[in-house]
Each structure stands twice: as C-alpha cells, then as structure tokens.
Design a protein around this ligand. Sequence first.
Ligand SMILES: N[C@@H](CCC[C@H](N)C(=O)O)C(=O)O
Length: 279
Amino acid sequence: MRFTKMEGCGNDYIYINCFEEAVNQPEKLAIAMSERHFGIGADGLVLIMPSKKADFRMRMFNLDGSEGEMCGNAVRCIGKYVFERGMTQNKEISLETAGGIRYLSLNVENEIVKTVGVDMGEPILEADNIPVLHESSPVIGKKITVNEKELAFTCVSMGNPHAVTFVEDAQALPVEEYGTLVEMNAFFPNKTNVEFVQVFDKNHIKMRVWERGSGETLACGTGACASAVAAILNGFCDREIQVSLLGGELTIYWSEEDNHVYMTGPAAFSFDGVWLRGV
Ligand SMILES: N[C@@H](CCC[C@H](N)C(=O)O)C(=O)O
C-alpha cells in the first residue's frame, strides 16, 4: 500500500490516497503504521477519499486507532496533496470531515502550495454539543483538579472537543501528566483534547497540546483555533492571534462578522513510501 508522510507544524500523519488504495480496517492500520519502531511513526493516519457532498473527504485516526472528527493540520496537508498531486486544479477546495465541511484557500506560487487558509467554521460553545458536563454555556473557568492542582478550563469544540487552560509558563508544565488526566476526566463524555496556553500579548500566545488519542504532539490546528477563541472569550486577546506551537506558527482570526474561525499555516511533504506489513 502506497502512503505519503506529511506534516503541518510538526503534527505528522500518514496519508493514504483512497482514490487509488483500499483501506479495510483503518483503526488497526492507524495503530500499526503510527508505531515509531515497528511502523512508520506518526501522530496518526489520514484517509483522502471521494465525497458526495464536497470536492474531497477526510477521515482521520489518532495513534491509538480512535477516529477524530476534525484535524486542522491534516486539512491543510490535504489541500497541498490534492493540488500538487494533480487531483484538482482548483485553489478553492471543499473538504468533508466528520465535523462538517471545511473550505480551503490555497496560496500557490509556481505551482507549489506555500500556505493554506481554512475556514474552520463557527466554534461550538454549548456545553451539550462540545460535549462537556456543565450546567451553563459558554463553559468558561470550569475547575478541574489534577494532581491536587486546580486548573480552570474554557471548553470549545471546533468539530472536535477541546479544553483550554491558561498557564504562566507553558514550557515548564508537565503536559503528559496533566494532559492524560484531563483527557480522561468524567466531565468529558467523548474525552477531550487539552491545550495549555501562555498569553504573551493581545495578539500572540504559545500553546502546548495533549491530543486525545495521540498524546503530546508538536501542534494541533483545531487546538490552536480553540485556544484563540478561549483567549478572546476570556478577554486576554484581540481577534487576530499568532499561535506559537512546538513545531511552528499558525495565524488564527475569529471574525466578528460571520463568527467563523479562520486558520492559516504551512503544510509539507516528508516522504512517499510503500507499506509492506499488514495490520
Ligand atoms: N492534530 C489535530 C487534531 C487531531 C484529532 C484529535 N486528536 C481528536 O481526537 O480530536 C489538529 O491539527 O487539529
């Protein structure tokens, strides 16, 4: 089975072109391929598929085989993939995901996709729809105790669930220890992605992320959008925010006009290969 390794700000996935390849057990394949010693090594698996509702369809699977509804970094990588591999000549592309249809705008120079802008849709702030067990919405300052430390979370769904907490020093934080406890907390019926955010100024934050189903990754596109929305809701930031991640930079803009969140950032090919093992 042919595959392509790509990354967006260091959030690395294995991409399979399902116009050419058949994938029967994606959950098992995600676990086998993502494993860094016996597999290829990645944060998960992404399938590029035909769609009846949009130009293309994406399915994404985390390292542990669980399916995520949305993946911001993978959406940008798919834009680059389908354009540069000749699957479309369009620079405006629609993509069906389990979290809804997303709209991509490719910034192309000399037939190379330099950056991809994505209309990530409206953030979901109703507790029941995130989902998070909480009596009122929006969920701002929800207290969760992890290892005897009380953290306050703002909860946002970008098609997938996120819990964002603001910290003094993101670099010094035990992300693995706190992240796994919050991901599994009973407040989150579908588990959650967890973001630890340090505010530098009104237009610049740093984010580290513990991803549901994958652990700490170098970046998370939906997490960057959720963190920007949370920073704005808490009055820390203006509407346009640069998000510094361990693996790169994203620009997030939450529009007052249409309430949509717009993400812009890079996408890159790493290598092509052939998978010789089963699942
Ligand atoms: N890395 C992603 C999000 C991937 C899915 C997530 N772990 C989930 O289970 O919701 C991104 O760039 O958005």
